[in-house]
Design a protein around this ligand. Structure first.
Ligand SMILES: *Cc1c(COP(=O)(O)O)cnc(C)c1O
Length: 361
């Protein structure tokens, strides 16, 4: 059986280094907001080419804190894609704002910049873009609309560690890049974690206050803050893994190139565009008979996933949150999309086996 994901195998190459840094943190006696977090923040900012990085508890929190820092009023609107993971939408709801959905492009699966302008109202304050599956959004077009209407831009980079658009790293084009280090992400910890990157020192400082109970001086609280800190142990593990992020991404790109060159025409493959460096967090194909295809793959020893089977506008939790028309493109994607195995632990031989099974469908 070829697993969709095997986190033990993914992390096995780093076990020894993880053990070393774990001993270091253990014996330091300092477990929250110390040298490990500071050091990882510096390394990750440098890796991304951003001025600042602030570690937080999760990708969801990174988005919520970014939105909170911007000081919008309750009911202000945030434009975002109709086909993201629920966390992107939840961040807007938790920040007391109204998510306004815009359909993705059917080829890139990312927000269609040409549809953004029509969704803008007097209440619109920001665009929350999601670089889905490891491919960045068409940022030039998005930044042009944002500039025209003076909107903030937040990049959800939870699936795009190391991805680039016209030479720029994910998260460095908008006001904030929000990252998740959930274990399955390209840069995954051994627990929860997240970070924001930004070029604004004021914003970075405010996020540091917000993540720590709204306090910059111990027991002095100037703001209604949160407890949302990246912990020392996870930061230490992330410092190890960050050194290998380019190797991890190169491996995933190599596996993607096998799928892209070997899969038969009946499958709709991810688009590859000039000027984009994709990191294939997920390798999503589409097929009109997706559920039968998925069952057939399982019968033939290949496990797959669906990202995502229910769009946010169809989730029970989101009842009454969205106004406006239907979202047929999001629904078309949810009904036809299928994620193939493409982790750091998968071998060329395994991917060729998946190809072989798929091409016999
Ligand atoms: C994983 C993910 C998140 C949330 O990250 P957590 O660390 O699980 O909170 C947000 N947005 C997208 C697109 C994601 O894939």
């Amino acid at each position: 059986m070829i697993a969709y994901e095997d986190l033990k195998r993914v992390n096995a190459p780093f076990f020894e280094e993880y053990s070393t840094v774990f001993q270091r943190v253990l014996h330091s006696g300092w477990y929250i907001l110390g040298q490990e977090v500071e050091s990882f923040e510096r390394q990750f900012a440098t890796y991304c080419g951003a001025e600042h990085c602030v570690g937080v508890a999760s990708g969801l929190d990174a988005l919520v804190l970014a939105l909170k820092q911007m000081g919008f009023s309750n009911g202000d609107e945030v434009i975002m894609p109709s086909n993201s993971y629920i966390a992107s939408v939840l961040s807007v709801v938790h920040a007391g704002l109204k998510p306004v959905l815009v359909e993705p492009d059917i080829h890139s699966y990312n927000i269609d910049p040409s549809l953004i302008e029509a969704a803008i109202t007097t209440k619109t304050k920001a665009i929350l873009v999601v670089h889905l599956y490891g491919q960045m959004c068409d940022m030039d077009a998005i930044m042009t609309v944002a500039a025209k209407y003076h909107l903030h831009v937040i990049e959800d980079c939870a699936q795009s560690h190391g991805a680039k658009y016209r030479g720029k790293m994910a998260g460095t084009i908008g006001d904030f890049g929000a990252y998740s280090f959930y274990p399955t992400k390209n840069l995954g910890a051994l627990g929860d974690g997240g970070a924001l990157i930004t070029n604004s020192s004021t914003a970075a400082q405010q996020i540091k206050v917000l993540r720590n109970y709204g306090s910059s001086v111990k027991y002095v609280n100037d703001e209604v803050g949160y407890n949302s800190r990246l912990d020392e142990v996870q930061a230490a593990f992330l410092g190890v893994k960050l050194k290998y992020l380019d190797v991890i991404n190169a491996h995933k790109r190599m596996l993607a190139s096998i799928y892209l060159s070997e899969l038969k025409e009946q499958f709709i493959l991810p688009v590859v565009n000039d000027g984009y460096e994709d990191v294939y967090h997920i390798f999503a194909i589409r097929h009109h008979d997706r559920d039968r295809l998925r069952g057939y793959l399982l019968d033939n020893g290949v496990k797959t996933e669906v990202h995502y089977p229910i769009s946010p506008h169809q989730q029970k939790a989101m009842k009454g949150v969205f106004t406006g028309g239907g979202f047929p493109i999001a629904e078309e994607i949810q009904n036809t999309v299928l994620s193939l195995p493409i982790s750091f632990a998968h071998t060329e031989a395994e991917v060729l086996q998946v190809v072989d099974v798929l091409n016999k469908f």
